[in-house]
Design a protein around this ligand. Structure first.
Ligand code: GLA
Length: 353
């Protein structure tokens, strides 16, 4: 019997007595995604290798407890979670908008990171299963005015859908009742070897970006958009992630300025030679945070008892640039009443022999 395209299961209890749900989506062509409404988190993503064997290509846990543990919260890797209201950092947790000063939590050294103490990764989203035209899950969250210090009631909806050509498509929409800032993304960690390799240093990566945003020692952009040419940040041609990582203190954790403005276009391709799996990333966002899992240190054990050591996965967080609310020259992250924010990112899986 063919497996259903969508199924639902309990994912475990939450501290407030509610139960998290786990939704499994299948496209009938080998791609399977599991998503929990806790944090809108992508927990599993199964894609075929060059022999047609499915393997789980993202880091995460088998039950919601993994995402709630104190060790996990302290480590803060945000495995597979939806990130909001603001993906990445805002300098010193402050910004000014329309003459008002706003103060946010400083939860990452001196800066604000990934929406604050209780960002969108830590809230329970309302979930709705969609079947047509493709198996999909719509998650909705209404963030109250003032939540985590941000102005405006923000209504956010995120649709995870599997396409017939083996892509996971994530579509974001948001409206507000007061002027605010937002930068929504997903924080999946990929390991295309499906765990056969303990780290991603052998993955080859191409990024369609000629510049990156230079950061200070707290990872806040200085404002400079520097050419990648002649630096270890040059992925305009495919390079192994590990080939030059030693020349980047701390490893890759930077925002690349994507070519092609804000059109939906191919921005990144990764390939893992052992499994043959490829990943193509398409987005309409102006930037991508390529993060090489530098802070993973083996203290977290994920699905199948796998310890997640340094560089166990890599992230391609499609986004606006970090600290845009304080950088007038960066593409704007302001959303005003009456406007609809909408954006899409696709992660498409294939094989290359
Ligand atoms: C982003 C940041 C990193 C790190 C991870 C989560 O990629 O840029 O510095 O905080 O999220 O661990």
């Amino acid at each position: 019997m063919q497996e259903p395209l969508i199924s639902t299961a309990d994912f475990g209890p939450l501290p407030d007595g509610q139960t998290a749900q786990l939704f499994t989506l299948r496209n009938g062509r080998g791609l399977e995604a599991r998503i929990t409404n806790y944090g809108g988190t992508l927990t599993h993503l199964l894609a075929p290798d060059k022999d047609g064997q499915p393997g789980d290509v993202v880091l995460g846990f088998d039950a919601v407890g993994g995402y709630l543990s104190e060790t996990y919260r302290q480590a803060g890797p945000y495995f597979g979670a939806l990130i909001g209201r603001y993906g990445n950092r805002i300098k010193q947790g402050r910004f000014r908008l329309d003459g008002h000063d706003y103060t946010l939590a400083t939860n990452n050294g001196p800066n604000h990171l990934h929406g604050g103490l209780r960002g969108f990764d830590k809230v329970l989203w309302q979930a709705e299963v969609l079947v047509e035209p493709t198996p999909a899950l719509r998650l909705t969250y209404i963030s109250p005015d003032g939540e985590e210090g941000y102005p405006g009631t923000l209504t956010v909806s995120v649709v995870y859908a599997l396409t017939p050509d083996n892509a996971l498509r994530i579509s974001y929409a948001a409206t507000t009742d007061r002027a605010t800032v937002l930068n929504l993304t997903n924080h999946a960690y990929f390991n295309l070897s499906a765990g056969a390799q303990p780290d991603v240093l052998g993955h080859e990566l191409q990024l369609h970006a000629e510049r990156y945003t230079v950061v200070d020692d707290t990872l806040i952009p200085t404002g400079e958009l520097r050419l990648v040419q002649g630096t270890p940040f040059d992925f305009t041609r495919s390079h192994a992630i590990g080939a030059r990582i030693g020349q980047v203190p701390g490893g890759y954790d930077h925002n690349w300025v994507l070519a092609g403005g804000e059109h939906f276009r191919l921005v990144a391709t990764a390939h893992e030679p052992g499994s043959g799996r490829t990943l193509e990333v398409r987005t309409d966002q102006p930037g991508v945070q390529f993060y090489s899992g530098n802070f993973l240190d083996g203290s977290l054990t994920g699905k199948n008892g796998r310890p997640y050591g340094r560089h166990a996965g890599f992230c391609l967080e499609t986004q606006h640039f970090p600290d845009s609310p304080n950088q007038p020259a960066f593409p704007s992250t302001v959303l005003r009443p009456g406007e609809l924010f909408s954006s899409a990112t696709e992660y498409r899986f294939g094989v290359q022999r």
